[in-house]
Design a protein around this ligand. Sequence first.
Ligand code: ADP
Ligand code: MG
Length: 287
Amino acid sequence: MAPGMTIIDHIHQEDKAENPVGHPRILALANQKGGVGKTTTAINLGTALAAIGERVLIVDLDPQGNASTGLGIDRRNRSCSTYDVLIGEAPLRDAVVPTAVPRLHIAASTMDLSGLELELGSARDRAFRLRDAITALNTNATPDTDYTYVLIDCPPSLNLLTVNAMAASDAILVPLQCEFFALEGLSQLLQTVEQVRTTLNPNLSIHGIVLTMVDSRNNLSNQVVADVRQFMGSKVYNTMIPRNVRISEAPSYGKPVLVYDLKCVGSDAYLKLATEVIQRERELRTH
Ligand code: ADP
Ligand code: MG
């Protein structure tokens, strides 16, 4: 390591070398259950990746638009959204807006997305709309849109939107809440991933499981953690929302959204997660 470099600079420099222009790593945050931490992980992992120098795009594929609202994108500023992109009326670059976090951009969503499945009907490319939109963005990447990571925040179901995310992704990251039916939901999700792999996207990998809301005082929680670790081997991360976060009341989200203050991101769980994610992506890429 060169003198004066921190470990983060070092990791980032290596990563840049491995991530050629216009080839971001694309990760879907997916779980058909709601309230398990998909959006929170997308926002905070995206922020942490950006904090250590990655150029990150979050694609909000949930009609509820919590990632968009959580990152402060007012509904009035969503005249072009992921709906317009998937319906074929706008290129992805038109839906992208910067956030208050440097190097973190988002393509916001609107409620219109919930009608997409019906509107696309049996269009032959309906599962590949997002993949093709990201490819077009990469082909014409400018220094501003030359992302190293794209994080897709999926809706809480295994519908056409989630299938689009899986067809577009290099890997899936599954936020999992430690509760009684967690493993049942996980095996259902992994079956869907397997189906997508054999049909739509042979390159799809499982990046890993992010355990959210682990309460180590609780026996069930500990047992779920043990079961998931046994089931998934080493691809398990644990995120407890640390105490040093700034809770900002996002407009119209209705409940507090966790948005990291960049001043404290350096010492928290998501920064650790971000460095582990970069490491694992490096392994997956070379396979
Ligand atoms: P989803 O997008 O899967 O529906 P959310 O990200 O909206 O889930 O999270 C649901 C709730 O869980 C939120 O109130 C959020 O603050 C909380 N939460 C998410 N991730 C964590 C975590 N790692 N630790 C503690 N609470 C979390
Ligand atoms: Mg969500």
